[in-house]
Design a protein around this ligand. Structure first.
Ligand code: ASP
Ligand code: MG
Length: 426
């Protein structure tokens, strides 16, 4: 069995869905093809504004209308003159309205509310696509991922219960009946033992594909993207990119951890454990080879790799008393970071100060600074960029820094990390 994953950009219009369906059609085999799909386009962002308890910048009623018009126009364009698909989309939208009305808009409930609402993006996209594939004559099963991917009740970051998930997948209709050409299921979402919906974290559909592949012992996972493969830098920030055709599993894990946005950081581990290859291919040029992540020794071709994390803030934390930055103070600082769920992207300490570079999310950074200030002096610099270069050379570093002052630097044998004031394009 093979697993395919199509993200939001690959299904963001009727034409995109037609293209996606062509790719599926060209890869049909005797075994069922498992296809994991995200919400269409930017639907997840839109739905975030409809979560009870969110102070949406935009008019909620207008957003709700936009959601309906967008999906109905795609559905109608895919299958004109057929009400079945329109009824299904309308049915889901009215379930969404019912869900929103039933939720309590409170801060404690926010993460729970979020998952119950935002998950509709994937439910709607997969419903349209499964219906369309059947309309094309491909024997397709729509499968509710919440019945397969079992998680705990850690809303917005559901943790997978592997044993239950494995069992649920083995007992699922498509395994037992084994007669479908394609199974369409949702990325990003899972279900708790009390039948509530959870999500796996933003951009989590890659992880869904990997969980399914692991539990199915799949032959491979293919992630279809709008880039030709795994590039050595994000083309949004870098004009001259190189496609990496082979990437060792561990290298991919490191790169995703440093912030390479091409795959979700949790994706690689499960399939690495089973030696399942992961392909990244372009849905625009599906005949081209793309990249492959697997049991390799080095990246091919060997070239520097760049990861840019924007909107960073660098905090310097200094004791107010005469103490040093030692284990006791560090324990307090990490306690606060852990309480707030803040991930540290880079850290460095001296006798008198401890510096951390983190994403500048005001909802988290403000409470962090407030709490730190009760015990420490805190200085900060905003509007920074964290640059990670794997397989650096001095020449490469100089070119990237481009004369900017370096606020923090860390170098290991293979990796250089730098915090510098932001710039647009290199
Ligand atoms: N639709 C979700 C998101 O936009 C999950 C995904 O696309 O992977 O975050
Ligand atoms: Mg997405």
């Amino acid at each position: 069995m093979k697993v395919f994953k199509f993200g939001g950009a690959s299904v963001n219009s009727a034409d995109a869905v037609r293209n996606m369906a062509r790719i599926v059609q060209n890869h049909l085999e005797s075994e069922t093809l498992v296809v994991v799909v995200s919400a269409m386009g930017k639907t997840t962002n839109l739905l975030e504004n409809l979560v009870p308890g969110t102070a949406a910048n935009e008019d909620k009623a207008a957003l709700r209308r936009q959601l309906e018009e967008y999906h109905l126009s795609i559905a109608k364009s895919l299958i004109p003159n057929e009400e079945g698909i329109v009824d299904k989309v309308r049915g889901l939208l009215s379930r969404l309205d019912g869900t929103i009305a039933s939720l309590t808009p409170s801060e404690e409930q926010y993460n729970f509310n979020y998952d119950q609402v935002v998950s509709f993006g994937e439910l709607i996209s997969t419903t349209i696509i499964a219906h369309y594939l059947n309309h094309l004559g491909i024997n397709t099963l729509w499968q509710d991922a919440r019945q397969l991917i079992r998680t705990d009740d850690h809303y917005r970051e559901g943790r997978v219960k592997w044993v239950e998930t494995q069992q649920a997948i083995q007992n699922s209709e498509f395994i037992i009946h084994n007669s479908y050409s394609v199974v369409i299921t949702q990325g990003f979402i899972g279900g708790t033992s009390s039948s509530f919906t959870t999500t796996l974290g933003r951009e989590g559909s890659d992880y869904s594909a990997s969980i399914l592949a692991y539990c199915l012992g799949a032959k491979s996972v293919t992630i279809w993207k709008d880039v030709p493969g795994f590039l050595n830098a994000d083309p949004k920030f870098f004009s001259d990119t190189v496609k990496i055709s082979q990437i060792p599993y561990n290298e991919a894990i490191e790169l995703a951890y440093y912030g390479a946005s091409v795959i979700h950081p949790k994706t690689v581990k499960p399939i690495q454990n089973k030696g399942i290859p992961l392909y990244i291919k372009s849905f625009i040029t599906p005949e081209n080879e793309g990249s492959s992540i697997g049991e390799y020794k080095t990246i091919v071709p060997e070239t520097p790799l760049y990861i840019f994390a924007n909107n960073q803030i660098l905090l310097s934390i200094l004791p107010r008393d005469y103490s040093f930055i030692a284990e006791d103070n560090l324990q307090v600082i990490f306690g606060i970071l852990n309480d707030l769920g803040i991930k540290v992207n880079l850290m460095q300490n001296s006798a008198l100060s401890f510096s951390i570079c983190i994403n500048n999310n005001p909802q988290l950074v403000r409470p962090l600074i407030d709490r730190l200030k009760s015990m420490f002096r805190v200085r900060y610099n905003e509007n920074l960029q964290l640059i990670t270069i794997r397989y650096y050379t001095q020449e490469v570093i100089d070119r990237i820094v481009a004369g900017r002052p370096i606020l923090l630097e860390q170098r290991s044998r293979s990796t250089e990390q730098l915090v510098v004031p932001a710039t647009s394009m290199i």
